[in-house]
Design a protein around this ligand. Structure first.
Ligand SMILES: [Zn+2]
Length: 153
């Protein structure tokens, strides 16, 4: 089980989550599943995204190794103050970069992707979060990246 926290201030961002394999892209590419609000991840689980994730119009800004959550499992965040980041059709589409910030320190920690045409999910920024063990999310996946700076509060 893993808890994710803000790497800057240590504030808790998730409950205890169980790692599972990343969901296949077939699910979100299946047009019959669009507009049905079927979350990409079950509550209580997380996966490391094997695909780059990030602003769709800025290919080089995509991040590898984002941590995918069910939208109900994110906490301790608030909406980004940049309205563009929160834009979408019905809800935030997540196509303009991280749109959730740590409620304590304001660090850009995650992207909510819950618009009507998406498979709803929240993606944690690997460089902005750490796990309970004090490692960054990226290092939890790749031990060569070393430990994080602070422990969770
Ligand atoms: Zn923080």
């Amino acid at each position: 089980m893993t808890v994710f926290a803000c790497a800057r201030c240590g504030s808790r961002l998730t409950p205890n989550l169980r790692r599972v394999p990343a969901p296949g892209y077939d699910l979100i590419d299946d047009p019959t599943l669009l507009y049905q609000y079927i979350p990409r991840m079950l509550p209580g689980t997380f996966a490391v995204d094997p695909e780059p994730f990030g602003p769709s119009d800025i290919r080089c800004a995509a991040t590898r190794g984002t941590v995918i959550l069910n939208p109900g499992d994110i906490r301790g965040t608030k909406a980004h103050t940049d309205y563009l980041r929160r834009s979408g059709c019905c809800r935030p589409s997540g196509t303009y970069g991280p749109n959730l910030v740590c409620v304590v320190c304001g660090s850009e920690v995650a992207t909510e992707q819950t618009d009507c045409w998406t498979a709803p999910a929240v993606h944690l920024e690997p460089a902005a979060v750490m796990t309970r063990s004090g490692r960054t999310a990226g290092s939890a996946v790749d031990p060569r990246k070393g430990p994080g700076r602070r422990r969770i509060r």
